[in-house]
Design a protein around this ligand. Sequence first.
Ligand code: PMT
Length: 343
Amino acid sequence: MDSHIPSPPTRRLSMGERENAIDRTIPLFPPAAEIDEFNYFDNNEPPEYLEGMIRGAQEFVKFHRNGRVVLVTSGGTTVPLENQTVRFIDNFSAGTRGATSAEYFLENGYAVIFLHRQFSLLPYSRHYSHSTNCFLDFMEEKDGKVVVDPKYQEEMLSVLRKYQTAKDHNLLLLLPFTTINQYLHTLRALSVTLRPLKSRALFYLAAAVSDFFVPLHRIPEHKIQSKAGGSKLVMNLDPVPKFLHRLVDKWAPGAMIVSFKLETDSSILLSKARQALERYAHQLVIGNLLQTRKAEVVFVEPDKTELWIRLTPAQEATGVDIESLIIPAIIQRHDIWIKQSGN
Ligand code: PMT
């Protein structure tokens, strides 16, 4: 008997092949036109809760009709693979950018609509949730009562006061989404809701939005079954229409719109950010790299300028949020936008 066990064939997975998996030289998927909007929204039903949610948002906007309101989008959208969803495609975003930015907008006098992925980071509570510590580690028992551990007292008091101020003045409206479809329907409805504010509305689109999805008519109702013999699951995803152009042009004309561009390859970040600005014709694209997004970003603007915002090593070491530099720079631009718009 031959006891020789043949060695497995060498796997041919060269770096070259991986790098070419997505060809970035292929022209971009075009921005959505009116017909794409009708097609998408007619064929992918709104979430049942949307009407109630928008009524709440209308009240909020009415309350702040003489002030500035920013819509912050935050966290990642999911792409369900089944209608009764067991499996879905997700992305990395924890919502740090959005939740942190919302705090700095609030500190600077803005009312904030926080459209976020459910269970992602929230303004203020982010300091104590999702951390490697359990929230109970911030507590201790004293005389039979639960109190905050003295070493966290000062910081927690400061966070608590800011949170209470936001609550007491009705400055923060938390609206959740999970799927890409919920996100798109809500974004469109909120854009219309914010219209009365004209140039005082600011859109800060930090959510990581799925680029591909399964349209409603192709989603199976029940859990996809694996078959005997281990057959492959082959997915057929459609591109998500690029609605940013519709947002700028039709959904929220007059508002100032800031989008983000995320890349992992530093050599294409600037060109991709510039391309996005030219395609969608809005006011500002903030470019960031996955690897360095907490330490540096680049502002790309219609006047062809590029402005890098970076934390110094000392700021990084002491835990300064880069959003504490980003938000004032945006507000400066929003001041000018409002002045120029004359309303
Ligand atoms: O949450 P963190 O861990 O802190 O990470 C923050 C972040 C890296 C996610 C954030 O800083 C960021 O870059 N967000 C945008 C990521 C993204 O979705 O990039 P994009 O190239 O796919 O989309 C660009 C812009 O177009 C986005 O502002 C998006 O709102 C918009 N878009 C995208 C797809 C689509 N169908 N319609 C859109 O309008």
